[in-house]
Design a protein around this ligand. Structure first.
Ligand SMILES: CC(C)(COP(=O)(O)OP(=O)(O)OC[C@H]1O[C@@H](n2cnc3c(N)ncnc32)[C@H](O)[C@@H]1OP(=O)(O)O)[C@@H](O)C(=O)NCCC(=O)NCCS
Length: 183
């Protein structure tokens, strides 16, 4: 059974990922609008498609607002940030909608150049930990067929059931009932 660190610990620690980059996780905030815009503007078409399932030629204001303003009782957005040069940049974004059914809906995306080094793993663990604390028992994610990285991330969170729904699949991971507490 998977166990997650306390969300407070995950969100207050600097994590070193596989290529040596130091990444911090925190909740997104309204002052992230510009950083968020840059992050989404730089994503490749394939990455956008894998995240949103539609061609998304431009980053709309609505999208930026969606990821920077949220009611924490209903939705949370966690960003992974890193110091690149002298400025803080967003390198990954994960959101979770807390549904009334105890199944929370997860979406996650990582900067193309930084995929495969563990940022998605950090973000999804933080989301799972926050969702558990809010009473969710399962995390659900929609993904395109063949998205093995996302399947691997869901399986890390807990026992996962995959169901094909046309071009997309739905993965539902059962979250552990217990969490590791920070010492
Ligand atoms: C899916 C995504 C969020 C994963 O984030 P990431 O930072 O690249 O992933 P990580 O480096 O944390 O690794 C993910 C896991 O996939 C595994 N993996 C990597 N490449 C793989 C491959 N080709 N096949 C199978 N597993 C693979 C890794 O080993 C890792 O598993 P582990 O932690 O058990 O070792 C990222 O690739 C992305 O932004 N994709 C586009 C958007 C998307 O697909 N979102 C999901 C739908 S909401």
């Amino acid at each position: 059974m998977a166990q997650f660190a306390d969300p407070g610990t995950l969100l207050s620690t600097t994590h070193e990922v596989d290529d040596g980059l130091r990444v911090r996780l925190r909740l997104a905030r309204p002052s992230d609008a510009m950083r968020m815009q840059e992050f989404f503007d730089e994503l490749s078409d394939e990455t956008r498609h894998r995240r949103f399932f539609v061609a998304m030629p431009q980053t709309s204001e609505t999208l930026i607002r969606h990821f920077t303003f949220f009611d924490p009782r209903e939705r949370l957005v966690v960003v992974a940030v890193a110091m690149i040069g002298h400025s803080e940049e967003i390198v990954g974004v994960a959101g979770v909608a807390l549904l009334e059914t105890a199944i929370a809906e997860l979406g996650v995306v990582v900067d193309d150049a930084k995929q495969g080094v563990g940022i998605g793993r950090l973000l999804t663990e933080a989301i799972a930990s926050l969702a558990l604390r809010q009473g969710a028992t399962h995390l659900r994610a929609e993904l395109l067929e063949g998205n093995e990285r996302m399947v691997a991330l869901m399986q890390r969170l807990g026992r996962t059931v995959l169901t094909a729904e046309g071009e997309t699949s739905v993965a539902v991971a059962r979250l552990a009932a217990t969490r590791r507490r920070a010492a």
